[in-house]
Ligand binder design. Structure first.
Ligand code: B12
Ligand code: SF4
Ligand code: SF4
Length: 382
């Protein structure tokens, strides 16, 4: 009995330590679960991958066994601490969607890369915790094969809403997640229950109809996937639906009524940079490789590279109906990148009258890339 209560006291002290360290490092939430707490996740991940809903994110299929079960990733793990960092915006991010000359960058990417912000803190907490507990630790944020959302739900940070992301009663949809796996035992928190009820606001607002059913997403239709993860030409049927969203999308998150409890991010590095709140399409179309890297230095946007980024801006230009971009789009027909040239063709096919486009097509630059030739064909300039 005495030994038991001594062990419980040790658990209480260690658990209190990790919570107070998380708070001191600025995490908004910190809760703990066990590695066997997400028994359904593996099968659901399997269904997602078998249906091809991961699109070209091959790394999801390659890591499916480790991703689906934390114990396959690390057999010695005994407790998983999940951290949440609030990145709430100061206004509804959907406001920019009706400003045709502006380009919408999703809230999470309007300042510093959250991977860097969270990873640094996780490393600090891991070092201190390992020393205190005499245990092994590993920390993860986003890019590792860890199913962060079901783990966060099991730990009680919130629940997976019908848009599949974690919703918190305190922070709404605006939470980044990170985790620390450890060989130490800790006190476990209860899971959060689903508070979606009959609401389906996130499902109904999705511009590309990316939810085949509540709680399930088809990434291939999600604008976040299309503009960030997907490398080649974007499905022509989806381009008009993307509007002016050039990097990610927040519509389903922003529609959630639980955001009424959300607060603006207190971490300065996650508060929007003024020049990334409403950049103009015209200024972004002008970026070359060097100016792209410098403008997006420290931002997650940099990760996709200038060519994929300009591809996205060209879609916004094509959707704007604004002939001011015609001249720049014509210049981009000679860009070194095929994905840029191809999307310049599409944008021009939207911005020019049919006769003007045919005249342009008759004098188009020599082209050998099959994707770009396909764009000319699709646009009717055979
Ligand atoms: C791949 C990925 C994407 C893909 C696929 C999205 C997805 N929903 O899976 C794409 C590129 C589309 C994407 C987009 C975004 N992402 Co993302 N992404 C990831 C990543 C790397 C893996 C997610 C994953 O494992 N997906 C596989 C599916 C099968 O898992 P799942 O979504 O948990 O699926 C569950 C449900 O389908 C559920 N389910 C299935 N059937 C049923 C039935 C019932 C009845 C129930 C109850 C549940 C249920 O069970 C499954 C298992 O839990 C995570 C980081 C990580 N390592 O976890 C970040 C992550 C999920 N992304 C994040 C963010 C912020 C975004 C965006 C908001 C970015 C943006 N603004 O553009 C969008 C949101 C789009 C959306 N609605 O999901 C955050 C979400 C934070 C949060 N609060 O949840 C994460 C956790 C990164 C982080 N560390 O903070 N992302
Ligand atoms: S992020 Fe946008 S496109 Fe993707 S599921 Fe949500 S609303 Fe749909
Ligand atoms: S918008 Fe409604 S259905 Fe979607 S996650 Fe929020 S509460 Fe759930």
């Amino acid at each position: 009995m005495a030994a038991e209560s001594k062990e419980q006291k040790r658990l209480d002290t260690l658990t209190a330590f990790v919570r107070s360290e998380a708070k001191a490092l600025g995490f908004d939430l910190c809760r703990i679960t066990r590695p066997d707490a997400i028994p359904q996740a593996k099968a659901r991940l399997g269904e997602f991958i078998d249906a091809g809903r991961h699109g070209t994110m091959e790394w999801m299929a390659e890591s499916r066994d480790r991703r689906g079960d934390p114990r396959t990733l690390w057999s010695d793990v005994r407790s998983i601490v999940v951290f949440g960092l609030n990145y709430g915006p100061d206004e509804d991010p959907r406001g920019i969607l009706t400003k045709a000359d502006k380009a919408a960058i999703s809230v999470y990417a309007r300042n510093r890369d959250y991977h860097d912000v969270i990873k640094g803190r996780l490393k600090e907490i891991a070092t201190r915790f390992a020393a205190r507990a005499g245990a092994d630790v590993k920390v993860f944020v986003d890019t590792a094969p860890v199913m962060e959302k079901p783990l966060a739900a099991a730990a009680g940070l919130g629940w997976q809403g019908k848009h599949t992301n974690l919703v918190s009663r305190e922070h709404g949809s605006w939470l980044f997640l990170g985790s620390m796996f450890t060989t130490a035992d800790l006190n476990i928190d209860p899971p959060e229950v689903d508070h979606c009820g009959s609401c389906r606001a996130c499902l109904d607002i999705c511009p590309t109809d990316a939810f085949p059913a509540p709680y399930q997403i088809d990434a291939r239709r999600c604008i976040s996937y299309l503009t960030i993860e997907h490398k080649g030409p974007i499905d022509p049927a989806l381009r008009p639906l993307i509007g002016n969203r050039i990097y990610g999308c927040d519509d389903c998150l922003a529609a959630c009524p639980w955001n009424k409890f959300a607060r603006e991010a207190s971490e300065m590095k996650l508060q929007a940079r003024e020049d990334l709140k409403e950049p103009s399409i015209a200024s972004l179309l002008d970026l070359d490789d060097a100016s792209f890297r410098s403008f997006f230095s420290g931002s997650p946007v940099k990760r996709i590279g200038r060519d994929r980024f300009i591809r996205n801006v060209l879609i916004a230009a094509g959707n704007s109906g604004d002939r001011r971009y015609v001249e720049r789009c014509q210049e981009l027909l000679r860009d070194a990148s095929p994905v840029v040239r191809g999307m310049a063709v599409w944008a021009l096919s939207r911005l020019l009258e049919a006769g003007e486009f045919s005249a342009l097509a008759a004098q188009r630059p020599d082209e050998s890339d099959s994707d770009v030739l396909n764009e000319w064909n699709l646009a009717g300039a055979v």
